[in-house]
Write a protein that binds this ligand. Structure first.
Ligand code: HXC
Ligand code: NAP
Length: 285
């Protein structure tokens, strides 16, 4: 789909790059010629991921970090610059989430999500952005949000995540305007359902609920990691140089489903449609 050297010469830092969608993006960026730093809290997970990915070719630097801690975020940036001498792209992908009735949440549960998603993303953005501006470097920041943020609707039962991701989207759009003249682009991807172990363990109550997500989607399926990784590759590439402050939703049209009063009619059989047509025609006469 792309020139094989689309991202050659670029250094990309991906938070949460050792698992799930972060790992999928990492693998694709490597294939397209980028050099990578992957960050996360679990050092063993990061190191194993880096070894496995380097076996496919390319360079992957594991950087254990907790994005909730600004000092550790600064140390992460130091390590990346010391190792590579540059950074071209930051992908804010690290997140925390779980499904729960909101009235069951303690304030610590709210903070657990907000601190990773909103504060963590902000700390990484601030740390890297200041360095780019001070050094006169251009760069791209790609924020991974969710379709319930890009739709503006939020979502019941994941309310801290909905509030935090909406904040990240506001950060994306606000800084697109403020930092555009430095040559720093802000873009976001809003995924719908892309099964990963991290999401399944925290958000899917049963296997049948997972199947229902696919069946209810207008495309009749969930997303494939490669589809998201290709979109991310385009957005961080120079080919997307004039895309700034934009969020691209990739969810098979899921968020639009709730917007149409008649969308549920998709479940009607051809016979039921025939009956509906007969009824409507009869009403006319
Ligand atoms: C209610 C919960 C809870 C739950 C934790 N808490 N899980 N409350 N329901 N399921 C409460 C705890 O009781 C505690 O409050 C507080 O939250 C902090 O818990 P800790 O375990 O100490 O938190 P911490 O170690 O910081 O872990 C953060 C985490 C965890 C978010 C809770 O799940 C995590 O590390 N997640 C990272 C990976 C992740 O979430 N991946 C999924 C991303 S998928 P008290 O009051 O008891 O002390 C995603 C998809 C979105 O974002 C869109 C899908 C379509
Ligand atoms: P995941 O594998 O659980 O990814 C979360 C990653 O964030 C992990 O690698 C985790 O590593 C890291 N992380 C969490 N807290 C951190 C912290 N404090 N500091 C540093 N790293 C931290 O889940 P995923 O499904 O791939 O999600 C990836 C992104 O896609 C998230 O932004 C998520 O909200 C978004 N998304 C996913 C879906 C989906 O269907 N999968 C849908 C919409 C949006 P450690 O635990 O080792 O720190």
């Amino acid at each position: 789909m792309f020139q094989p050297d689309l991202l050659k010469g670029k250094v990309v830092l991906i938070t949460g790059g050792g698992t799930g969608l972060g790992r999928a993006m990492s693998e694709r960026f490597l294939e397209l010629g980028a050099r990578l730093a992957i960050a996360g809290r679990r050092e063993d997970v990061l190191r194993a991921a880096a070894i496995e990915m380097e076996a496919l070719g390319g360079e992957v630097l594991p950087v254990p970090t907790d994005v909730r801690d600004p000092d550790r975020v600064a140390a992460m940036a130091d390590i990346v610059w010391k190792h590579f001498g540059q950074l071209d792209v930051l992908v804010n992908n690290a997140a925390g989430n779980f499904a729960s009735p909101t009235e069951r949440l303690s304030h610590r549960a709210v903070d657990a999500v907000l601190n990773i998603v909103l504060h963590g993303t902000f700390y990484c953005t601030l740390e890297i952005g200041k360095r780019w501006i001070a050094g006169g470097s251009k760069g791209v920041m790609l924020n991974i949000v969710t379709n319930y943020a890009s739709s503006g609707a939020g979502s019941a039962y994941v309310v801290p995540s909905a509030a935090a991701k909406a904040g990240v989207l506001a950060l994306t759009r606000s800084l697109a305007v403020e930092w555009g003249h430095y040559g720093i682009r802000q873009v976001a991807i809003a995924p719908g359902p892309f099964p990963t172990p991290g999401a399944r363990e925290r958000l899917v109550p049963s296997a049948s609920a997972g199947d229902a997500v696919a069946e209810l989607n207008p495309m009749g399926r969930v997303g494939q990691h490669a589809e998201l990784a290709n979109l991310a590759s385009y957005l961080i590439s120079d080919g997307a140089g004039y895309v700034n402050g934009e969020v691209v939703t990739i969810d098979g049209g899921e968020w639009l489903e709730g917007a149409g009063e008649f969308s549920h009619l998709r479940s009607l059989t051809p016979e039921q449609w025939d009956a509906m047509a007969r009824q409507a025609r009869a009403a006319k006469g």
